[in-house]
Design a protein around this ligand. Structure first.
Ligand code: CMC
Length: 392
């Protein structure tokens, strides 16, 4: 029969060619369209990064204004979506709600299914980037029993998201520019990461020509797992559970124990065998945000730093090249902003949406791409004959 390469987990299979994001895992380098993530995190802003990822170049001043105008024109979701949200249990995880709501958007935008039309692809891309913060904020508001807050287009992308999450009708809410900046940086750091599990899911779903909203819903579903985007929630919960610095060795021992399934959350990466460059920026940002908010003696941050220090000196982690990843410090910042842990992964999803969309657009426009259809090594029963129940 046919001979296939057996590559579970795709550790050595390139499923596509791409011009969007480059990772050098040994060096710990991450580039969006050639630009180092550290420079973008320090000098750019999320919507500019969205433009860069989607169109390949940094925008001129006029291109940026036009792009912002196009995005802000689409920030509201259809009013009927409010009813759709109300069908969910209040205690549903907001990722569950997001999978459902984003998938349901495909029922509102049938025209997007015409993916042969570049204009339809463009509109779908803009709609997704514009609406995803609104959807994430609505999932949050619904989970805490507060009224939905409409987008405020005079605010920037990150500021508007914070507004939709934290404004309440009874009070005035002014977005803290420090928090908006920190949120914007978190968005940039998560914006794309080449062919990770959720992005590959979006590409695979999209390879059949499916509606892009449905494809992004598939990506959100994949991101939810604790080995992927769900790690940010799991990491903060782990740091809280450790609680104090003196309990760290116990958890290090658990992580090293072959018979214990426990892993250090926020540690390790398929591609990075060196520092995750995003974790470095995130750590600095965590220090900065807590400092600016006047939060000193944050026990979780102390535990995180000490855990990192001990793990980086431990033979097990050193020999396996396990370093902190993007999820290690992000939760500390999000917690300081007032988000519950259940919102951490939805914020990852909203930040990654541009990456999913850019990769989806690239795939749809790539004449080399066919429907994704992996093969298998069959290890089941050989051909055999059916037997009647009394003879089994
Ligand atoms: N703690 C303890 N041991 C670990 C860890 C960890 N966090 N990560 C990997 N290992 C060990 C693993 O047990 C294995 O050991 P051995 O070779 O003796 O069997 C070895 O290191 C290689 O691990 P692997 O599971 O084969 O590697 P992978 O490339 O399939 O997995 C990973 C990568 C990120 C899923 C994994 O490191 C992990 O589960 N980390 C914890 C969850 C996490 O932080 N995920 C976030 C990833 S970054 C961004 C994102 O997607 O959110």
């Amino acid at each position: 029969g046919d001979v296939f390469t057996y590559d579970p987990g795709f550790t050595s299979t390139a499923a596509c060619s791409s011009t969007i994001t480059y990772i050098d895992g040994d060096k710990g380098e991450l580039l969006y369209r050639g630009y180092p993530i550290e420079q973008l995190a320090a000098q750019s802003h999320h919507l500019e990064v969205c433009y860069l990822l989607l169109y390949g170049e940094l925008p001129s001043a006029q291109q940026m204004i036009d792009f912002e105008t196009r995005v802000t024109r689409h920030t509201m979701v259809h009013e009927q979506m409010h009813n759709f949200f109300r069908g969910f249990r209040r205690d549903a995880h907001p990722m569950a709600t997001m999978v459902g709501v984003v998938g349901a958007m495909s029922a509102f935008y049938h025209d997007s299914t015409d993916i042969e039309d570049p204009w339809q692809r463009e509109v779908a891309a803009i709609r997704l980037i514009a609406k995803i913060p609104t959807i994430a904020a609505m999932a949050y508001k619904y989970s805490i029993g507060q009224p939905f807050v409409y987008p405020k287009n005079s605010l920037d992308y990150a500021g508007n998201f914070l507004h939709m999450c934290f404004a309440v009708p009874a009070e005035d809410y002014v977005v803290d520019p420090i928090l908006a900046k920190a949120m914007d940086r978190i968005m940039m750091l998560h914006a794309d990461h080449e062919q990770n599990a959720s992005t590959s899911t979006v590409r695979l779903a999209g390879s059949s020509g499916a509606n892009p909203f449905a494809c992004i819903a598939a990506g959100i579903a994949c991101l939810w797992g604790p080995a992927h985007g769900g790690a940010n929630q799991a990491c903060l919960e782990m740091l809280r559970e450790i609680g104090t610095v003196d309990r760290i060795p116990e958890y290090i021992a658990k992580a090293k124990d072959k018979n214990d399934p426990f892993r250090l959350m926020g540690f390790g990466h398929r591609v990075y065998k060196n520092f995750d460059p995003r974790a470095k920026v995130m750590k600095e940002s965590a220090d900065e945000v807590l400092d600016l908010l006047g939060i000193h003696d944050n026990e979780t941050l102390k535990v995180a730093k000490e855990l990192e220090r001990i793990a980086l000196e431990d033979e097990y982690f050193v020999s396996k090249k396990l370093y902190p990843n993007v999820d290690f410090y992000s939760g500390i910042i999000l917690e300081a902003m007032g988000f519950p842990t259940a919102m951490f992964t939805p914020i990852f999803a909203l930040s990654r949406t541009v990456g999913w969309v850019a990769q989806w657009k690239e795939m749809v426009g790539d004449s080399d791409q066919k429907i994704g259809r992996p093969r298998q090594l069959y290890t089941g029963a050989p051909r055999r004959d059916y037997s009647d129940v009394e003879n089994r």
